[in-house]
Design a protein around this ligand. Sequence first.
Ligand SMILES: CC(C)(COP(=O)(O)OP(=O)(O)OC[C@H]1O[C@@H](n2cnc3c(N)ncnc32)[C@H](O)[C@@H]1OP(=O)(O)O)[C@@H](O)C(=O)NCCC(=O)NCCS
Length: 186
Amino acid sequence: MQPGQIIFEGKIKNGLPIVLRYPEANDLKDLLNYINTLSKERTYISFQGQQLTVDEEKKYLDNVLNKMNKNEDIHILAYSQKALIGIANITLRERVETHVGDFGISVAKQFRNQGIGKLLTEKILEEAGKNLFNLKIVTLVVYANNNIAIEMYKNFGFKKYGVLPKGIVHRDKFIDQILMYQNLTF
Ligand SMILES: CC(C)(COP(=O)(O)OP(=O)(O)OC[C@H]1O[C@@H](n2cnc3c(N)ncnc32)[C@H](O)[C@@H]1OP(=O)(O)O)[C@@H](O)C(=O)NCCC(=O)NCCS
């Protein structure tokens, strides 16, 4: 996996061009802006308004690039007309869980519901199968009220294996946390 390598070029539903590629060191500013915008939205992710600094995001990106170099992580960035509009990742766990990869995904608010989430999910599973040699199980956690994401995950073959009742506080309310998984090779 080469930093910046393009893995897909095409168009989304409204005809806008889309490029999917691996991250590279130059993406720091885009990534920082992306996560801080998503955090402000207080959507169904773990950042709820907190703003990351350049240093914090640089540490994150350095770690991602280092792990990708060792085939322990994949991040795919979706760009359209030079704007970062979505990210998916699968990151292997450590020690006795190196065959388990945690999946995460988000699409920028104004680009949702146009097939980008599906495209990113399809490509991250495909790329992970090829490049994360240890990977056997993909897992994810999702807010129980995130119906769009849960529907999409089910359609990709993810199954619910647990629930942590009231495991998330979102906008001052307790929400159940749903755990899902799929086996890749057994
Ligand atoms: C979840 C998310 C990544 C989906 O991405 P997206 O680009 O909007 O999704 P897509 O347009 O590819 O649609 C994928 C599937 O989601 C479901 N979906 C999408 N929009 C929907 C809507 N408005 N109502 C119901 N289901 C919807 C459908 O099952 C759809 O598949 P289909 O087109 O075959 O019916 C995106 O909504 C998002 O980033 N949300 C905020 C962050 C988040 O929730 N991340 C996941 C954390 S676990």
